[in-house]
Ligand binder design. Structure first.
Ligand SMILES: NC(=O)C1=CN([C@@H]2O[C@H](COP(=O)(O)OP(=O)(O)OC[C@H]3O[C@@H](n4cnc5c(N)ncnc54)[C@H](O)[C@@H]3O)[C@@H](O)[C@H]2O)C=CC1
Ligand SMILES: NCC(=O)COP(=O)(O)O
Length: 351
C-alpha cells in the first residue's frame, strides 16, 4: 500500500481514495445481500469486504446479481470501486451458510471479521470500518462466547481498542441521537446513570461532533430519565440528584448542554430546530424516534474510538436474507458517513 491510502488515525497520510472495510456481519442475515447490492452501485471509494469469499458469490447467485471478487492486498495502491466487483479479505466460514438460518458454529467467524477490520484500521491499512448487522443472540449462544458477554459491536470495539468509554450515536439527515447507556436491561438503567458516565459520554460527544462534523460548539439537548424529567422530583429524583448538577458542571467546562428536558417534547421540531445533537438516557428512549424519522437512511456511529466505525441502523433481518428485498439505504448512508468522517479528520490533521 502506498502512503497515500494508509490510515488517517495513526499515520500522517493524505486522503486520496478512501479505503472502507465492510464486515459482512451475520452470514445468515442480510449483510452479505447488502454487500452484493452496493457492489452494483458507483462509489468513489475502494470498498473491501471482510468475509467468506464463497458466501458472497453464493449470495450474489441467489439474488441473481453479477459479482466478481478479488483478494484485497493492502500493499497495492487504492483504487475506486468498479461496478459488479468487490475486493475481499477472505475469512473462512466454519460451516456452509443457509440464508435465514442461524448457526452458532459460524459465530467465531463473525467476531474474527470484526477483529480483522478493527486491527486493519488501527494498523492503517484502511481508513474506516463499516459494519453490516450481526446477531447478538447467536454469538452469545455459541460455545466459544460466555453467555451474555457479547452485547454489541459498540462495546466489543470499546474493549478491543482498550477505551474506557465510547458513545453510540445514530444520525440521519437532520437528527442525531446519542445514548448515555447502550445495550442494558431497562431494570439496570437508572443505576447506571451516574455523574461519571454522563460526563464521559457528553465530553466524547462534544469532542467528536467538533472533530468529525465541524460543529464549533455543539448545542446538545439532554433528555431526563423519568417522565416529565421527574416532574420536580415527584416522578423520580435522578434529574435533581444526578443529571442537572452534572450538566451544570460540564457547562462550566465550556460544553453547551441543555436539559434535562422531558424526552417526549425534546423530540419535537421546535426544540430540535436549534440542536446539533440529542443525548438520550437509554436505547429505547432515543432510537425509536430516530428510526421513525429516518429508518433506512441513518447510520450508527461509534464515537470515542481511535478509529472510524459506522454501521447500519437495522438488524440482521433473517426474514429477508437471500430474497433480494432488503433495502441497502442504511449501508449506503453508513459508507458515505464513514468517508465524510475520514475526510473531515484528514482536513483537521492537515489544516
Ligand atoms: N448493527 C447491528 O449489528 C445490529 C444488529 N441487530 C441485531 O439484529 C437481530 C435482529 O433484530 P431485530 O430486532 O429483529 O431487527 P431487524 O432490524 O433485523 O428487523 C426488524 C424488521 O425490520 C426489517 N428490516 C430490517 N432491516 C431491513 C432492511 N435493510 N430492509 C428492509 N427491511 C428491513 C425486518 O425485515 C424486520 O421486519 C438481533 O440480534 C439484533 O440484536 C439489531 C440492530 C443493529
Ligand atoms: N440498536 C443499535 C444496535 O443494536 C447496534 O448496536 P452495535 O452492534 O452497533 O453496538
Amino acid at each position: 500500500m502506498t502512503t497515500s491510502n494508509k490510515a488517517l488515525v495513526n499515520k500522517a497520510s493524505v486522503l486520496t481514495i478512501p479505503v472502507l472495510a465492510i464486515t459482512a456481519g451475520e452470514p445468515a442475515g442480510i449483510g452479505p445481500d447488502l454487500c452484493v447490492q452496493i457492489a452494483q452501485q458507483t462509489w468513489n471509494y475502494q470498498i473491501l469486504v471482510i468475509c467468506d469469499k464463497q458466501l458472497l458469490l453464493d449470495r450474489a447467485k441467489q439474488l441473481g446479481l453479477p459479482l466478481t471478487v478479488s483478494d484485497f492486498n493492502e500493499n497495492q495502491p487504492a483504487q475506486a470501486h468498479t461496478v459488479g466487483h468487490l475486493w475481499v479479505k477472505h475469512v473462512p466460514l466454519a460451516e456452509t451458510c443457509i440464508a435465514g438460518t442461524l448457526n452458532t458454529a459460524n459465530s467465531p467467524y463473525v467476531l474474527k471479521t470484526l477483529d480483522i477490520a478493527t486491527q486493519g484500521c488501527l494498523d492503517g491499512h484502511w481508513h474506516a470500518m463499516v459494519t453490516a448487522p450481526l446477531h447478538k443472540g447467536v454469538i452469545n449462544d455459541s460455545a466459544e462466547v460466555k453467555t451474555g458477554s457479547f452485547t454489541g459491536h459498540t462495546e466489543y470495539l470499546r474493549d478491543f481498542c482498550d477505551c474506557e468509554e465510547v458513545v453510540m450515536m445514530l444520525a440521519t439527515e437532520d437528527l442525531r441521537v446519542a445514548l448515555v447507556t447502550t445495550h442494558l436491561p431497562l431494570r439496570e438503567v437508572a443505576d447506571a446513570i451516574t455523574p461519571e458516565l454522563i460526563s464521559r459520554v457528553a465530553r466524547i460527544l462534544d469532542h467528536d461532533l467538533q472533530k468529525f462534523f465541524a460543529i464549533a460548539r455543539p448545542r446538545i439537548l439532554v433528555a431526563g430519565l423519568n417522565p416529565h424529567a421527574g416532574e420536580g422530583g415527584h416522578l423520580g429524583m435522578e434529574e435533581i440528584d444526578v443529571i442537572e448538577p452534572t450538566l451544570k458542571a460540564l457547562n462550566t467546562e465550556g460544553l453547551n448542554l441543555i436539559g434535562p428536558l422531558p424526552a417526549d417534547t425534546l423530540y419535537t421540531p421546535k426544540h430540535l430546530e436549534h440542536a446539533d445533537a440529542t443525548l438520550a438516557m437509554y436505547h429505547d428512549q432515543g432510537l425509536p424516534v430516530l428510526k421513525f424519522h429516518g429508518f433506512g437512511r441513518a447510520a450508527n456511529i461509534t464515537l470515542g474510538l481511535p478509529i472510524i466505525r459506522t454501521s447500519v441502523d437495522h438488524g440482521t433481518a433473517l426474514d429477508l436474507a437471500g430474497l433480494g428485498t432488503a433495502d441497502s439505504g442504511s449501508l449506503e448512508t453508513a459508507l458515505r458517513v464513514a468517508a465524510q468522517m475520514a475526510a473531515a479528520y484528514q482536513t483537521k490533521r492537515t489544516s
